[in-house]
Design a protein around this ligand. Structure first.
Ligand SMILES: Nc1ncnc2c1ncn2[C@@H]1O[C@H](COP(=O)(O)OP(=O)(O)OP(=O)(O)O)[C@@H](O)[C@H]1O
Ligand SMILES: [Mg+2]
Length: 280
């Protein structure tokens, strides 16, 4: 724990880096589905983007909570952490006119997918934003299973040119939130990610709607060259470090590999420190 904190402290001193803190996401008692509810205190405007051709799949609330997807549950003890993360990320992205954010980590199982989904849902809670979550972890795609999108369309066919992108988009029953899930892992992932088709897709996502934030779930930066293939196509990067998952050396090596990218910050995930939330 101490070693991770020191490494993050080091990362914080880099010109582009500043720390965004994430607290532990704890599963709590299940409660009625708030997926389609609106916070009555928030003025809700008609969404500017209508995904008329997008398949809508309603999600199972108990499954989501068991997978630590809680950003839409305002009463959940962990959702405040994703609100905080969302605000810090959006401030930094808005300041720079960035719209495409990649999420990676030094090692496997750091919580990238959990953070990516919760952040994308958190952004969609804002009435003037939409979020698009793209599963570009072509080695271990997990967005679909974490959300419970069984039998949904897949980015696989879009990347091979067999399906137009609008046929692969899914709205998981949350307003202003759209997902591009990947159902199957692929062997030539780095080549696909570095292809001109992927580049064109990402630039279409960036250019089409000015109020849309694109969140990209990626593999670990040290696992292969997949992340390096995508980095030139994204505006900025968020690094997720799982408490006790990565060594200081791995974190430092990851930051070196990201040194040519705009690193928004480091999320310390699976932190066991008390959140302090109950004192608000
Ligand atoms: N804050 C947290 N507290 C406790 N467990 C967590 C937390 N965040 C994620 N997890 C759990 O850790 C596991 C790995 O999470 P996740 O799949 O998001 O990691 P990942 O970095 O995307 O993994 P991979 O490298 O395989 O893509 C999952 O079982 C997830 O529920
Ligand atoms: Mg993952």
């Amino acid at each position: 724990m101490e070693r991770i904190k020191q490494a993050i402290e080091k990362a914080r001193t880099r010109p582009e880096g500043h720390l965004v803190a994430e607290r532990q996401v704890r599963a709590g008692a299940s409660r009625p589905s708030p997926l389609l509810e609106h916070d009555s205190s928030t003025p809700v405007e008609a969404p500017k983007v209508q995904y008329l051709q997008t398949l809508t799949v309603n999600l199972d609330e108990e499954h989501l909570e068991s997978q630590r997807i809680v950003a839409h549950q305002k009463l959940h003890p962990a959702s405040w952490a994703f609100d905080l993360l969302r605000t810090q990320v959006l401030q930094k992205m808005d300041e720079n006119g960035w719209r495409v954010l990649a999420i990676t980590s030094p090692s496997m199982a750091s919580g990238k997918t959990v953070v990516a989904i919760n952040l994308a849902i958190g952004i969609a809670q804002l009435a003037d934003r939409t979020s698009l979550l793209v599963d570009l972890d072509l080695r271990r795609p997990r967005v679909a299973s974490v959300l419970g999108l069984r039998g949904a369309p897949s980015l696989n066919e879009v990347l091979t040119g067999d399906t137009p992108v609008h046929e692969a988009l899914v709205n998981p029953g949350i307003p202003r939130f759209v997902v591009l899930p990947t159902q199957r892992s692929v062997a030539n992932s780095a080549e696909l990610l570095g292809s001109s088709r992927t580049a064109a897709l990402l630039s279409e996502f960036r250019e089409r709607y000015s109020d849309r934030i694109v969140i990209i779930d990626l593999p670990p930066v040290l696992a292969a060259d997949d992340v390096l293939a995508v980095l030139p196509r994204v505006d900025c990067v968020l690094m997720v470090v799982g408490n006790g998952v990565s060594t200081q050396k791995e974190i430092e090596e990851s930051m070196t590999r990201l040194s040519r990218s705009h690193v928004l910050g480091v999320v310390l995930n699976k932190d066991d420190a008390p959140s302090g939330h109950e004192y608000y």
